[in-house]
Design a protein around this ligand. Structure first.
Ligand SMILES: [Zn+2]
Length: 452
C-alpha cells in the first residue's frame, strides 16, 4: 500500500533527528529516573575485612586499551551472547576490584568518563544475569554500579566514582571450567591525574569519546533502533466496565477488542512496536496506564473509549488532547467521568504524584503537546470522510491518562454507546475494520509528518 512505503522510508530516514528531539524533552525524566536508581542502592552492608585485600594483577595490555580473550574452542559459528552470571565489588576508600564471571568470551574496552567521574566497561553482547546482585553494591570508591544493554551487540557496565581513580590492572582469563573471569583493579588518584588519563585515552582508543557522548542511560528498556513505540490503552477493565450501551454493549470489551485489532494492523504497517496497557479484563488505574507508556518510552499513546452521553442524539468520534482548561462543558464532564474510574475501584487521588506530573509537564509538555495536537488533527483529517465525527471533533480536556509530559497522547472516543446507531457501528466487524484501517493510516502519517 502506498502509505506503508511512505511511512517506513521517511520514518527510518529521519529517526535520528527525532531521537535527538526526544532526548531533549526527556532529560528531566531521565534525571529523575537516575535519582531513583541511585537511591535504591544506598543501603548496603560492609563486607568482611578479609575480603577487602586486593591482589593486583598487572596486565601487559595498555591499561585503558581493549582486551580480547583467546577464542573459546567449543564455540563454532557466529558470536553468541555471553552471560555474566557472577559479579563482585571489593575494596575500600583507597582501592577497589571489580570481578565479573562470564560463561563465554567477550571483547572488553574500559575507559574513563568525567562529569561525574565514572569508569565504563564496554563489552560485546552480554546478558547480565548476576546470581547475587548484592555483591555489586557500592562501597569505598564506588558510588554506584549499573549495567545493561547499550545498543545492538553492545553492553556496558558503568561504575560511578566517589573519587577520581586510576586503573592499575585489568585481565580477562579463561578458567579451568572453560568460563571467563574479568577483573578490573583501580585506586584513588588526584583530579589532575584523572583529567590527564581522559585526555590520553582519546588518543589511545580513538572512538572512546564517541561512545561516551551516547551517555549511559542504562537500566531503561532498550528500544530497538529505527523503530517507533506506540502504546494503545483500551479504556476501563475489570471492576470498572465503563459505559453500557442500550443494547447491552460494554465499553471495556469494545475498547479491548478494537485495541487488539489495531495492534495487529499498526504492527504490520511500518517500523512500529505496539504495546497494550491491558490484554485481559482487569482493572488498571489511570496512573498505571500512564506509567506503562513512560516505561516503554512510547512515542505515541492512544487511549481508546466509547462513552455515553445524556444527549442521546450525539454520535460520532472525537479526539481529546490534554489541557488544564476544558474546551467546553461537554469535554469537562467527559473528563470528570473518565477520571472517576480510579474512584470506582476505591483508589484515592495521589496529590504528590499530581504535583510532580504538573512540574514535569511544565518543563516538557510544550513539545509533547504540539505533537499530541498534531496527531489529533491527523486523526480528524483522516476520519473526516470515512468515520463519523461529532461537531468540533478535536477538543481539550484534563484527562488523567493524557498527563504524561513526555509521551504525545490522545484520548479517542470512537463513538457514543448512548446512541443506538453508534452502538451498532461499534459492534460491527465491518466498521471496526474501517476504523482500524484509517487509524493506522493516521498513525503512519503522524510519524511521517511530524519529523519534517
Ligand atoms: Zn471510557
Amino acid at each position: 500500500m502506498e502509505f506503508r512505503c511512505l511511512v517506513s522510508k521517511r520514518v527510518v530516514r529521519r529517526l535520528k533527528i527525532l531521537r535527538q528531539l526526544r532526548t531533549l524533552t526527556g532529560i528531566a525524566v531521565i534525571a529523575l529516573a537516575n535519582c531513583v536508581a541511585a537511591t535504591q542502592d544506598v543501603a548496603f552492608s560492609r563486607q568482611k575485612k578479609s575480603e577487602t585485600a586486593i591482589e593486583v594483577v598487572k596486565d601487559k595490555a595498555s591499561l585503558t586499551g581493549s582486551i580480547s580473550a583467546e577464542p573459546q574452542q567449543n564455540i563454532t559459528g557466529g558470536q553468541r551472547t555471553a552471560i555474566a552470571y557472577g559479579g563482585r565489588l571489593l575494596g575500600d576508600g583507597q582501592s577497589a576490584r571489580l570481578m565479573v564471571e562470564l560463561d563465554g568470551r567477550v571483547d572488553i574496552q574500559s575507559f574513563y568518563m568525567d562529569n561525574p567521574p565514572r569508569l565504563v566497561i564496554d563489552m560485546s553482547k552480554t546478558a547480565f544475569n548476576f546470581q547475587e546482585p548484592d555483591n555489586l553494591k557500592p562501597r569505598g570508591l564506588v558510588g554506584e554500579v549499573r549495567y545493561g544493554t547499550m545498543a545492538r551487540g553492545q553492553s556496558r557496565i558503568v561504575i560511578s566514582l566517589v573519587n577520581p581513580v586510576k586503573i592499575i590492572g585489568q585481565q580477562l582469563r579463561q578458567t579451568e571450567q572453560g568460563r571467563y573471569k574479568f577483573t578490573l583493579d583501580f585506586e584513588k588518584t588526584e583530579t589532575v591525574e584523572f583529567s590527564n588519563q581522559i585526555a590520553k585515552q582519546g588518543d589511545n582508543i580513538g572512538n572512546a569519546n564517541k561512545v561516551a557522548v551516547k551517555g549511559d542511560r542504562l537500566l531503561r528498556a532498550a528500544k530497538r533502533e529505527g523503530r517507533m513505540t506506540i502504546v494503545l490503552d483500551p479504556g476501563h477493565g475489570g471492576i470498572d466496565s465503563g459505559a453500557k450501551g442500550r443494547h447491552g454493549s460494554v465499553e471495556k470489551d469494545i475498547t479491548l477488542e478494537i485495541a487488539q485489532k489495531l495492534e495487529k494492523a499498526i504492527t504490520s504497517a511500518g517500523p512500529f512496536d505496539v504495546y497494550l496497557t491491558r490484554r485481559g479484563d482487569h482493572f488498571l488505574s489511570l496512573k498505571e496506564r500512564v506509567k506503562i507508556a513512560t516505561r516503554k518510552q512510547a512515542d505515541l499513546f492512544i487511549s481508546i473509549h466509547a462513552d455515553t452521553l445524556r444527549q442521546k442524539q450525539v454520535r460520532g468520534a472525537a479526539v481529546y488532547t490534554l489541557s488544564r482548561k476544558a474546551s467546553d462543558e461537554f469535554a469537562r464532564k467527559l473528563a470528570n467521568s473518565e477520571n472517576r474510574a480510579d474512584l470506582t475501584a476505591g483508589l484515592a487521588n495521589d496529590d504528590v504524584h499530581d504535583k510532580i506530573v504538573d512540574i514535569l509537564a511544565d518543563l516538557a509538555a510544550r513539545e509533547t503537546k504540539k505533537f499530541s495536537v498534531q496527531f489529533a488533527r491527523q486523526i480528524v483529517d483522516v476520519f473526516r470522510d470515512n468515520i463519523g465525527l461529532i461537531k468540533n471533533p478535536h477538543r481539550n480536556a484534563a484527562f488523567e491518562v493524557l498527563k504524561d509530559p513526555i509521551v504525545p497522547s490522545v484520548l479517542l472516543e470512537l463513538g457514543f454507546l448512548s446512541n443506538l446507531e453508534d452502538e451498532k457501528l461499534l459492534e460491527s466487524e465491518k466498521w471496526r475494520e474501517k476504523l482500524t484501517y484509517h487509524l493506522t493510516e493516521a498513525v503512519g502519517l503522524f510519524f511521517a509528518g511530524r519529523i519534517q
